[in-house]
Design a protein around this ligand. Structure first.
Ligand code: AMP
Ligand code: MG
Length: 418
């Protein structure tokens, strides 16, 4: 008898997964190794940025009060008493109508309070003239204008990108406290699976999910152990899943979660005593996506159908892994776009359509990326987003506004809002 499964909404499934995530802890890493990691401590300004008043461009540092009354008919002259390159400081204070030649980034000398751009001067030997009055503070990059000492700049839980690294370097973080990366295991199941180097033979297909999921993890900087492809054999699969669980923090399997005769994942979860969080989600593709928890570990039973496998990973596994590392914005960013073509199929469940977003004269348009059944592999290759079509309507027409989820965005969002 076929087991009856109770489908749950996608949002509930996401919630269940996230509730069962156990953080992997934290570690200190060298600044140069922090790209793609999650901050485990906030970045608080250790000093003002910039740390001193400085010149925003090449010019002359002057006292604004010496420029009073300057005009085209009444040019004011300054004598240049020296030069300050970036990294140097002026030796003495400015006196009346004196100026330092100053370069971008150099510290403003004592008593100077404005900078005249080179282009605004007429130079002659060691002096120059100007034709306009300056106000105190004009053309100065002020100490602390970017960040004030003690200010909370970036919260813990933020994914580190090149800009974050610039900020960490600014404050002298040689080591940074970050969330540990989980080690993920991948196991593909299916007697029909060949490896990428095999010739096709009748009844068999090459394993595309294994390499795909490995790359989905790699995109997140996650190290993974591949357990290859297994035939549908309950004992052998149970043994390898057990081994994988002892060697990894999170296990992703593909295939075998449906209700067919050789779909053994449900039996494996039962044998291992894993708690199934859900085994049916109100979504297409990937309604059979199953997630189970065993102790601290999560087991993602992704569908064998490539599009379903891909979508299941992005919707459930990706945010869970980011949350394991302490990430507070683990979800795919969502945008509004116009549907690029009719989609008239009825939607019993929420539908995720692999699509290409692009800018058109009428705004952002998302066009389905071709053959779009759950077993499609070509549309995963073409797509750069997922169109989300909620269930319960009779169909969608070209031009209607729809939600799209961005795939591969470096920065995620805090809330799951669908
Ligand atoms: P399953 O989820 O095991 O019922 O598989 C569903 C469909 O996906 C079947 O047509 C399988 O042949 C196919 N499939 C399963 N695993 C993979 C894989 N690793 N790569 C490509 N296709 C697969
Ligand atoms: Mg199978």
């Amino acid at each position: 008898m076929v087991e009856l499964r109770k489908p749950i909404p996608v949002a509930d499934a996401v919630c269940l997964v996230m509730e069962n995530v156990r953080p992997t802890g934290t570690e200190m890493v060298q600044l140069e190794d922090t790209y793609g990691r999650v901050l485990a401590e906030p970045i608080i300004a250790k000093h003002d940025v910039p740390p001193f008043d400085r010149s925003p461009f090449d010019g002359f540092a002057i006292r604004a009060k010496d420029t009073v009354g300057a005009s085209g008919d009444n040019r004011v002259a300054f004598s240049v008493i020296g030069e300050i390159g970036a990294g140097h400081v002026g030796e003495r204070e400015l006196d009346e109508n004196e100026a330092y030649r100053i370069m971008t980034g150099a510290q403003i000398p004592k008593r100077a309070d404005a900078v005249v751009m080179l282009e605004q001067t007429v130079e002659q030997g060691d002096s120059f003239t100007i034709r306009k009055a300056f106000t105190a503070g004009e053309n100065i990059s002020f100490r602390g204008e970017d960040a004030k000492e003690g200010e909370l700049l970036i919260e813990a839980g933020t994914l580190i990108h090149p800009g974050t690294i610039a900020l960490l370097a600014t404050f002298g973080y040689a080591q940074v406290k970050v969330g540990k990366r989980p080690v993920a295991g991948i196991l593909s199941t299916g007697t029909e699976l060949l490896s990428v180097t095999d010739e096709l033979v009748p009844g068999k297909i090459r394993n595309s999910n294994g390499p795909m999921v490995e790359a989905q993890l790699k995109r997140m900087g996650i190290e993974c152990k591949s357990y290859g492809a297994m035939e549908d054999d309950l004992d052998a699969c149970t043994a390898i899943v057990e081994q994988a669980l002892s060697e990894t923090d999170v296990l992703l399997t593909t295939g075998g979660v449906s209700v067919g005769d050789y779909d053994y994942l449900p039996a494996i979860y039962e044998r291992l005593g894993a708690k199934v969080l859900f085994n049916k989600v109100m979504m297409r593709p990937g309604s059979v996506t199953t997630v189970a928890a065993l102790g601290e570990k999560l087991l993602f039973g992704l569908s064998g159908n490539p599009s379903a496998c891909f979508t299941g990973f992005e919707l459930f596994a990706r945010p869970a892994i980011l949350r394991m590392m302490g990430g507070t914005a683990p979800y795919m960013p969502r945008m509004k776009a116009k549907l690029g073509e009719d989609f008239t199929k009825p939607n019993p469940f929420t539908r995720f359509i692999r699509a290409i977003w692009e800018m058109a004269p009428e705004g952002l348009v998302a066009v389905p990326a071709g053959f779009n059944k759950s077993n499609a592999v070509s549309s995963i290759a073409r797509g750069n987003c997922l169109i989300v079509l909620p269930s319960g309507t009779r169909g969608y027409e070209k031009g209607m506004e729809v939600d799209i989820l961005l795939i591969g965005a470096e920065q995620g969002v805090r809330e799951w809002t669908l």
